[in-house]
Write a protein that binds this ligand. Structure first.
Ligand SMILES: Cc1cc2nc3c(=O)[nH]c(=O)nc-3n(C[C@H](O)[C@H](O)[C@H](O)COP(=O)(O)OP(=O)(O)OC[C@H]3O[C@@H](n4cnc5c(N)ncnc54)[C@H](O)[C@@H]3O)c2cc1C
Length: 429
């Protein structure tokens, strides 16, 4: 496998990747599938009209989607395209990020099975966090299987009283000889129903200040005491779950990172999450400019000045978001740590989803609410109802604005009266 890079290598790599994709996947039927996914409009009436942000499907259907995603990822992994920029010792190819971008540009022209939040969480958040904090044995045990989708991992962070203020979590982990015993409740866990593992943050020292007494664990869902219950959301599906941990016993080799270092593990994982969603990873969720343009063409309203203005507005915001994401990627490429651009990128992404909702609502009117069976119309309801969820997930809009206010604009930080107090002495609801 290729491990060095020059311009010529990159072009050769592009040709090989394209050939492999052509042999293994179907091209999108979009008009002008040129590799530049910003131009043109999707072909009307071709393929699925789903623009769902969250699936509204049965467990069997979701399981079938995951099986298709798994099948694709295994082929991609075995062909050497799944871990291009990962270190060789973890099963990667040690190539620069330019190869990942090149591959992603090529792959975007093809229909790739997607299966909701679990695969990207598992690969983009859990595998990466394990690679940052894991022991050699943990990295070997988890990283490649997560990246090949042989196993799935989810994020057991939020609790009923700890979301934006995650550091207030109260799930408890108590040491008992070589084992830890976990008790508590997690909530909003995306994909838990189909995951085999969860990355949990638990409190191991209630007398330390709230950010300090936490520790991270890898929790096998087959362990006695783990119970997963689906939460029904307004789109109809149950992509999220409550996860109850009752006397769950874990060997110490499932502790991720040092005792008391859980907050750093959590922040690292949340950083990967912000980079993923802010960096364009989520930009293919729901409907986008191309589908709105296709709808406007179908409705024959593209000469209407207001519609033209709306489409231009969507397009401009879409492009500005892309440039912001590229700026963030360039920082990372230059060896700098991801900055507040990820917060900007996430805000722009969720604002764009809301703009799309507004645009289709005014284009479709009552057709958004009444299912006439017409392709590409009623289906938009699943975008409109799902989009607000991402304004909360992975740090709400308000929290992203706090980050930008403090780190970009240099505004005074929020008062944190309980920061240095023992957690056990803080007042909690
Ligand atoms: C689609 C989706 C997927 C998710 N997936 C997961 C997952 O897989 N794993 C997981 O652990 N969690 C997950 N979550 C939970 C998510 O991380 C939390 O919902 C989020 O952090 C907000 O926490 P909360 O719901 O407790 O709201 P709260 O923190 O109670 O916030 C309520 C409101 O107050 C505002 N607010 C809170 N604090 C401040 C502040 N300091 N300044 C200004 N405004 C503030 C918030 O912006 C919000 O509007 C998911 C959530 C969603 C919506």
């Amino acid at each position: 496998m290729q491990t060095v890079s020059t311009e010529a290598d990159l072009e050769q790599f592009r040709t090989e990747a394209r050939r492999w994709l052509e042999a293994n996947a179907e091209l999108h039927t979009s008009v002008g599938a040129t590799g530049d996914d910003e131009v043109g409009a999707d072909a009307w009436g071709a393929g699925s009209d789903s623009v769902a942000v969250f699936y509204n499907i049965s467990e069997e259907e979701e399981s079938a989607l995951l099986a298709a995603s798994q099948d694709w990822q295994r082929r991609k992994f075995d062909a050497g395209y799944a871990m291009l920029n990962w270190p060789l010792e973890l099963g990667g190819r040690g190539l620069p990020n330019s190869y990942v971008r090149t591959y992603n540009t090529e792959e975007a022209r093809f229909v790739i099975p997607s299966a909701g939040e679990l695969p990207p969480t598992s690969m983009g958040l859990i595998a990466t966090t394990i690679s940052a904090f894991g022991t050699e044995q943990q990295k070997q045990r988890f990283v490649a299987p997560l990246m090949r989708q042989d196993i799935y991992g989810c994020q057991l962070f939020s609790e009923p009283s700890a979301g934006s203020d995650l550091a207030s979590l109260t799930t408890r982990a108590v040491r008992d000889g070589d084992e830890w015993v976990l008790d508590g409740q997690k909530v909003w866990t995306s994909g838990a129903k189909f995951a085999q593992w969860g990355l949990a943050i638990a409190r191991t020292d209630f007398d330390a200040p709230k950010h300090k007494g936490q520790t991270a664990f890898l929790v096998p869902f087959e362990a006695p005491g783990v119970e997963v219950r689906g939460i029904r959301q307004m789109t109809g599906g149950t992509n999220f779950n409550e996860v109850f941990l009752t006397g769950v016993r874990l060997q110490d080799d499932l502790r991720l990172g040092a005792v008391g270092d859980g907050w750093r593990v959590a922040l690292t994982c949340l950083g990967f999450e912000r980079d993923h969603s802010g960096g364009g990873g989520g930009s293919h969720v729901g409907g986008g400019y191309r589908q709105v343009a296709a709808l406007a063409e179908h409705l024959a309203v593209t000469t209407d000045p207001v519609v033209r203005q709306t489409l231009a507005d969507l397009y401009i915001h879409h492009r500005v978001t892309q440039y912001t994401n590229r700026r963030a990627a360039t920082r990372i490429k230059a060896g700098q740590t991801p900055g507040p651009e990820a917060s900007l990128g996430k805000l722009m992404w969720t604002a764009n989803m809301a703009r799309v909702s507004d645009a289709v609502s005014s284009l479709l009117g009552p057709r958004l609410l009444a299912d006439t069976g017409e392709w590409g119309t009623y289906a938009w309801g699943e975008h409109v109802l799902g989009a607000p969820g991402y304004r909360i997930a992975g740090g709400s809009d308000e929290i992203q604005r706090n980050i930008i206010g403090e780190r970009v604009l240099g505004l005074p930080a929020e008062p944190k009266v309980d920061k240095d107090m023992p957690f056990s002495a803080t007042k909690r609801a």
